[in-house]
Design a protein around this ligand. Structure first.
Ligand code: FBP
Length: 266
């Protein structure tokens, strides 16, 4: 197969739009992201099930242990590479995220897509590109969509949200065979258009980033959709909120019903 199967793509998208709940931060950031509710994967799964998420992003350990809670009820995206955040200085200089789950195993877990973080521009990017080639081609054997976390980073990247660098990251994802690209927000609608342009036929999803003011986050979401993004893959702005259902419902209205921020908050 040279493209992802429609069976999977139609689960991940509703009318061409996607809304994924990301919960890989336990590995990527550690406990500092969590409070006394959201450290528990069951709390996150319940948010996904109560609302209209079209994907739940887990590393393999959560996918295994919490299977009975989510399986068959929300599409699963398995992150197949990952790293912790303890050797921070090294990660800032030369980031590398090893493969921690094979595509074969992701399929056994019932994945509807696989996710891979590529630190574009890292001094050891060549290693990651080889890993990614194997992941991407194996995913094709199964018709599984490939979601690329396209994150320019490392000592040669001075500003990881510079529009030119985010757009370059998106283009790298298109060139390497990603079907969906998860990128960071560039700060404005105008600059984000360059990112969606460079992404070509790959679908662009925006990460949420650090928890921000709800209006600011929703405006960012409205803006990225207006310039061609397909949706969001968001974590902290939802599950660090005191009212994750309110955030989720507003996102649904913007993403699936094309509402304005004001209408979404009514
Ligand atoms: P958020 O919406 O919480 O920012 O999550 C998006 C995400 O890409 C996660 O999937 C991932 O764990 C994290 O951000 C990576 O963040 P960082 O930029 O610190 O590597």
């Amino acid at each position: 197969m040279l493209e992802p199967s429609q069976k999977y793509m139609s689960r991940l998208f509703k009318d061409g739009r996607a809304m994924f709940l990301a919960y890989d931060q336990g590995l990527e950031h550690g406990p500092k992201d969590f409070n006394d509710k959201n450290y528990n994967p069951e709390y996150i799964i319940d948010i996904a099930l109560r609302n209209k998420y079209t994907g739940l992003i887990f590393h393999k350990g959560l996918a295994e242990k919490y299977r009975e809670n989510y399986s068959g009820r929300v599409p699963l995206i398995v992150k197949v590479n990952g790293k912790d955040n303890i050797a921070k200085a090294q990660a800032e200089e030369a980031p590398y995220s090893p493969v921690v789950c094979s595509v074969d195993y992701a399929v056994k877990l019932g994945a509807d897509a696989v996710g891979y973080t590529l630190y574009v521009g890292s001094p050891i990017e060549a290693e990651a590109m080889k890993d990614f080639r194997e992941v991407q081609e194996k995913a094709r054997d199964y018709g599984l969509p490939v979601v690329g976390w396209m994150y320019p980073r490392g000592k040669y990247v001075t500003n990881d949200v510079d529009p030119n660098i985010v757009a370059y990251g998106a283009r790298v994802g298109l060139e390497l065979g990603c079907d969906l690209l998860k990128v960071k927000y560039t700060g404005s609608k105008e600059t984000f258009k360059k990112v969606t342009d460079m992404a070509g036929r790959a679908k662009v999803l925006c990460a949420g980033g650090l928890k921000s003011d709800l209006n600011v986050f929703l405006k960012q979401t409205r803006d990225i959709l207006d310039v061609g993004a397909a949706g969001v893959a968001v974590g902290r702005n939802v599950w660090q909120s005191d009212d994750p259902d309110k955030v989720s419902r507003a996102l649904e209205k913007i993403i699936f019903d094309n509402k304005s921020v004001e209408e979404a908050l009514k």
